[in-house]
Every structure is written in C-alpha cells, then in structure tokens.
Design a protein around this ligand. Structure first.
Ligand code: FES
Length: 102
C-alpha cells in the first residue's frame, strides 16, 4: 500500500536545488528542476555513491563517483558505467508541502 510522506516545504527546495531526505530508512533525493519536483532513490545503482553529492544538470543528477547521469523523471542512467535505473517516487504538492508516495 502506498502512503504519502511529507519531505519538506516547497520554499525550502528552490529551482536548481536538490536535497537528501531519509524516509522509512530510505534515502531519497528530491530535486527542483525549473519548478518541477522529482524524487528518486539517493543511491547510485552502480556502486554505493550518494547521488545528492553529485551535480544537478539538464533534468539529470550526475553521480559524484563515476559520472553516470540519471534522468530524474525515469530513474534511467543516460550512460555507463551505471546500467540499472534507480527507484523513482511519485511527488505530490499539498498546501505548500512536498510529499512522496511510498
Ligand atoms: S557509483 Fe555512480 S556511476 Fe559509479
């Protein structure tokens, strides 16, 4: 069963920013791309790098360790060495709070 979990207020995640959150013991990266909020697992599928320590560019987050870029909409890597997607989460905005479905 999915449940909505609050992450943070909309004001605290500005366009061009990403942040790490822990929800139910899972690390979540939430990012604001031109006003759209996305949420993916905050762990690279290649090795155990924390994606939120990387860079946010062109709707993707670039892994800080070997540079694979993950599409924030789909979780798919755009290039190797990562070949597996990371989990994505449905985002909801309610009364100025960002929620994810888990
Ligand atoms: S750990 Fe992320 S690309 Fe290798």
């Amino acid at each position: 069963m999915t449940q909505a979990h609050p992450l943070t207020s909309c004001q605290s995640l500005k366009p061009g920013q990403m942040k790490r959150f822990i929800v139910n013991d899972k690390a979540i990266l939430a990012a604001n791309v031109n006003g759209e909020i996305y949420a993916i697992a905050d762990l690279c599928s290649h090795e155990d790098a924390i994606l939120s320590n990387g860079a946010l560019k062109d709707g993707c987050v670039e892994c800080p360790l070997h540079g694979s870029r993950f599409d924030l909409k789909t979780g798919q890597p755009r290039e190797e060495p990562a070949t597996e997607p990371v989990d994505t989460y449905v985002v909801e905005i309610r009364e100025d709070t960002i929620y994810i479905q888990m």
